[in-house]
Design a protein around this ligand. Structure first.
Ligand code: NAD
Length: 347
């Protein structure tokens, strides 16, 4: 697979590292509207063909697939252009900034027959797949209660009075720059994490969003700092279980931590993941009486990068697809409505 890297910022380095390590995958070109990012990235990863726009790269055309690592608001138009040119697309999350835009991408991708995939990163966590397998096999019985959190502390850790701060941070804090805040950035991950592990989907939900002051006037230059910092979703799932899913960027002490706790009629299961690693524990049988959790090991799973490369090689579509990511986007859109209305909504 000859790959074009579209967007050469912070996350692109992770894509380049993973894709370059896969046999049969080459990084053939890179695109960025920011010349400094492009030059540094292409030099670091030994990429010869460099372009200031996707249109220029498409005119060249010597690649099979695009990995789209641009900011959220850019995914839609660029992905549609790549599909129209017959290129497979691995797109960063969230797929788009709204559900209708995400559905346009689903329809274009499915009509084209090209491979489409979204980088729901935590599908790379072996323990997540093991949790799903255990729950599907009935290890904890019918799921009744779910608690999931995704905690980051970078808003608390950065000095927002420093005028040099920009890079990957400011667009994430600004609705006008296409960000749905914490909800769109990491809420989508924890929604996928919780529903994938439990094999459920959200049937109805309420949501509260909150944006906290970072600088006087809530503005830094062209960036109005109005995107949400924290959210709480209370949900009912399609099997009748209820649960809480929440997230914050003000969670000091947490660089990037996900936790899922699930209780069923026959036991409980806890999954934690962070840069430190992963821990899956289960409490079933006699251990329920003593409140004892036991660690469960998980076999390695292929990464999203490996599964995308394999899907392109074999010509067989795989998950998480654009359609799956659009379904998550629908929940995010509804969360905004629920917050606005201060009312529960059904999907
Ligand atoms: N899956 C994950 O775990 C994960 C983690 C981090 C970021 N992300 C996602 O990755 C994407 C990029 O995030 P990031 O942190 O790398 O942001 P970033 O700001 O560091 O990088 C984005 C890059 O895209 C470039 N760009 C902007 N518009 C462009 C255009 N029209 N054409 C080409 N390049 C363009 C920017 O100049 C910048 O270099 C976002 O969608 C983000 O949500 C996903």
């Amino acid at each position: 697979m000859r790959l074009l890297v579209l967007g050469t910022g912070r996350m692109a380095a992770t894509h380049a590292r993973h894709f370059a390590a896969i046999e049969g995958v080459t990084l053939d070109g890179a695109v960025d509207t920011n010349a400094a990012n492009l030059a540094a990235f292409a030099a670091e990863h030994g990429i010869a063909e460099r372009f200031a726009s996707l249109d220029d790269a498409l005119a060249w055309g010597e690649f099979d697939a695009v990995t789209n690592v641009t900011p959220d608001a850019i995914h839609h138009d660029t992905t549609l252009a790549a599909i129209a040119a017959g290129k497979h697309v691995f797109c960063e999350k969230p797929l788009a900034t709204t559900w209708p835009l995400a559905m346009e991408m689903v329809e274009a991708a499915e009509a084209s027959g090209l491979i489409n995939m979204v980088n729901m990163t935590y599908r790379n966590v072996a323990e997540l797949h093991k949790a799903r397998e255990l729950i599907a096999a009935g290890a904890i019985g019918t799921v009744k209660h779910i608690e999931a959190s995704y905690l980051q502390g970078w808003v608390a850790a950065n000095n927002w009075a420093d005028p040099s701060i920009e890079g990957p941070w400011l667009w994430r804090l600004s609705k006008g720059h296409g960000s749905n805040g914490t909800l769109g950035d990491i809420g989508i991950h924890i929604l996928d994490f919780a529903t994938f592990a439990t094999g459920t989907s959200i049937a109805s939900m309420n949501c509260r969003l909150q944006t906290f002051r970072k600088v006087e006037g809530d503005r830094m230059g062209e960036y109005v700092l109005d995107a949400n910092d924290s959210f709480i979703i209370s949900a009912e799932f399609d099997n009748g279980a209820i649960g809480v899913i929440h997230s914050s960027r003000w969670a000091s002490g947490h660089t990037n931590d996900q936790r899922l706790r699930v209780w069923g009629e026959k036991g409980g299961l806890e999954l934690s993941h962070g840069h430190w690693g992963s821990l899956l524990r289960i409490c079933v049988g006699d251990d329920i009486k003593t409140g004892t959790f036991r660690e469960v090991a998980a076999d390695p799973v292929p990464t999203n990068y490996q599964r995308f490369a394999e899907a392109v090689r074999a010509g067989i579509q795989t998950e998480p697809s654009f359609r799956h990511a659009a379904g998550l986007q629908r929940i995010l859109d509804l969360a905004l409505v629920a917050d606005h209305d201060r009312a529960e909504h059904r999907l």
